[in-house]
Write a protein that binds this ligand. Sequence first.
Ligand code: DAH
Length: 339
Amino acid sequence: MKQELENIRAEASKRIAEAQNRPELEALRVRYLGKKGDITAILKQMGKLSAEERPAMGQLANEVRSSIETLIAESGKKIKQLETQMRLEKETIDVTIPGTPHPVGHKHPLSIVLDEVKDIFFGMGFDIASGPEVEWDYYNFEALNIPKDHPARDTQDTFYITENMLLRTQTSPVQIRVMENQAPPIRIIAPGRVYRSDAVDATHSPIFHQIEGLVVDKGITMGNLKGCLETFAKALYGEDTRIRLRPHHFPFTEPSCEIDVSCFNCGGKGCPMCKGEGWIEILGGGMVHPKVLKNGGIDPEVYSGFAFGLGLERLVMFRFNIDDMRLLYENDTRFLNQF
Ligand code: DAH
């Protein structure tokens, strides 16, 4: 039995010295010191010994047990140190490794130009107005002097919610809503989304954006319209920009005009951008029709006004030389990152 105990001690100390990690060490503890372990097995045989042999053997067994306990404790400490060291080595931060880039977003080209336009009109004392995109036929057409049988409706087919409710085809209905709610002087722009039943191609989209303008006060003339839009064009395209008013027809203005700016690419000489014309059409406008003023609750004998409308997409496409409108809606970052 004594020999057995010595064998256990020798074997245990060798194995404990070899243990690499905590599970291995724990297995050894169970094997030698556990309830079903080697030492316990020996102690169970004590009964077979004579009364004289028992105390010496008991003492030896206890000695072997405590020496194994010490060895396990020491090895446990070493393993722990080793683990800590390994973990530290693994967790070392290499501060020279380049960081992970976090891309920062930016404004969409439509927003870039819209914000510029807003700033220019803010500078001239305009406020922002808005109206619903789901609009009554009355505001979108009727009140703007476009009755049910008017041919202007043909070019502005849209999506009808009911016979009298539709997706607005223009931002002009905001004119009526503003006049209904505000007494002159009125000076607003109304940017927003508009809808038409158009097939998608490089220059058409069923959803696009317009910016409406409306000024109503005593004594407003066509001269005010020209001055205002010339100031706008110069601010947007540079001091050398000139504008030109061409007679046109809109049901809600009288007289009406289309407004061209001298080509910002060639300065008016003629180039591919202006198709050799030297001029680029960017706005429609005119003096608010007396019927429209009346529909807005304003007396045309006392007040007059001018209005204008422009297409934001057109402005953006010219500005950034974009030849296909669809690019503005596809959210392709290869395109958007260029702005
Ligand atoms: N609403 C017109 C359109 O969609 C644009 C327009 C033209 C607006 C002349 C105006 C204006 O306010 O005076 O084609």
